[in-house]
Design a protein around this ligand. Structure first.
Ligand code: ADP
Length: 324
């Protein structure tokens, strides 16, 4: 390996910059050259690349988003698109890749690496914490902190008016943010994609809470919850339960932004460092992960095929008891 290409792709997540910085500095430390690729796979096809040195990543560890930008690139899903990408990658002298992103990014990396026999290492970056081969993804901790900050603020106004709030949080098909932020924010109920809650069951919980004279109630609704989002849940609950003045708050994209937390910066730095070292050891077509406090790798084929249940089952039970 003489030159490592690094890019971010798919959904952005806070901490991606810290990962880019770690990849660049670890590669340079090992005497390798680095090319930054803008806009993910689109940048390979358009050849928007630049030579990176240690100063290219100065003062980015604390920034949200990604300085390399990101994109969803349909052309890369075609054989012709990938052939064009490979031509440009080769012309730039890149002989190994580090891809930072989610499921889609990993799928593209796996196919590209097999097709053109180029070493690739992936780093899991998404606030959703829904990737296999790792306990935690980059951005998840920051998103949790952002959500509890919002819940705390909503709680102030909810308590002042004796209101019932339905707060919808991100996570796609994963309830990780909903559960963690729900517990940390003291939610009265949490609706998760992994565990269906019937509206009647939710109403029972809310009636119970109302009987205990709670001055405010917050229900966290994961965006992937099967009841169809916070607006729907609020409407259906209201049809049968009108004790409280009801409001809905959909947190949306603010959950994707912000300065990365300390935990995300350290995780991203460790992952970036490991990704380069694994490539240098000859490992390829794998994703970096963390298990407990250990860095691990999992073949992409395995990470993309089986589904891990990330939700902590104990925490689901604890959340119910804490809502009493
Ligand atoms: P994420 O990485 O966050 O899951 P996407 O699903 O949008 O985001 O994937 C990012 C990019 O990866 C896509 O825009 C596309 O360029 C590439 N990609 C996804 N799936 C494939 C595939 N099956 N073949 C080739 N490239 C893919």
């Amino acid at each position: 390996i003489t030159r490592v290409g690094v890019f971010t792709s798919g959904g952005d997540a806070p901490g991606m910059n810290a990962a880019i910085r770690a990849v660049v500095r670890t590669a340079l430390y090992n005497g390798k050259k680095v090319t930054g690729i803008y806009h993910g796979y689109q940048g390979m096809i358009d050849s928007t690349m630049f030579d990176m040195d240690s100063r290219s990543v100065s003062s980015i560890i604390q920034k949200g988003g990604t300085v390399l930008k990101t994109a969803r690139c349909m052309e890369f899903k075609t054989v012709e698109g990938r052939a064009k990408a490979y031509e440009n990658v080769r012309a730039a002298g890149i002989d190994a890749l580090v891809a930072i992103g989610g499921d889609g990014t990993f799928t593209g990396a796996e196919i590209f690496s097999r097709e053109f026999d180029i070493p690739v290492m992936c780093i899991p970056g998404t606030i959703d914490n829904d990737l296999n081969g790792t306990d935690l993804t980059i951005g998840y901790d920051t998103a949790n902190n952002t959500v509890i900050d919002a819940i705390d603020k909503i709680r102030d106004t909810a308590a002042s008016h004796n209101r019932l709030f339905f707060v919808e949080v991100m996570g796609r098909d994963s309830g990780c943010i909903a559960l963690n932020a729900g517990v940390a924010g003291g939610a009265e109920a949490i609706l998760l994609p992994e565990k269906e809650t019937a509206i009647d069951e939710l109403i029972e919980m809310l009636e119970h809470a109302a009987d205990r004279k709670k001055s405010s109630m917050i229900v966290i609704v994961a965006e992937g919850d099967k009841n169809g989002g916070a607006n729907n849940v609020a409407k259906r609950v209201n049809e049968k339960f009108d004790y409280y003045d009801t409001k809905v708050s959909i947190l949306g994209h603010l959950q994707r932004g912000g300065a990365p937390s300390s935990a995300d910066r350290v995780l991203a730095t460790r992952m970036g460092y490991s990704a380069v070292n694994e490539l240098l050891k000859g490992n390829t077509r794998a994703t970096i992960g963390i298990r407990g406090s250990e860095m691990v790798t999992t073949p992409l084929e395995e990470a993309l095929s089986k589904k891990e249940l990330k939700l902590n089952q104990d925490l689901v039970e604890i959340a119910k008891i804490m809502a009493l």
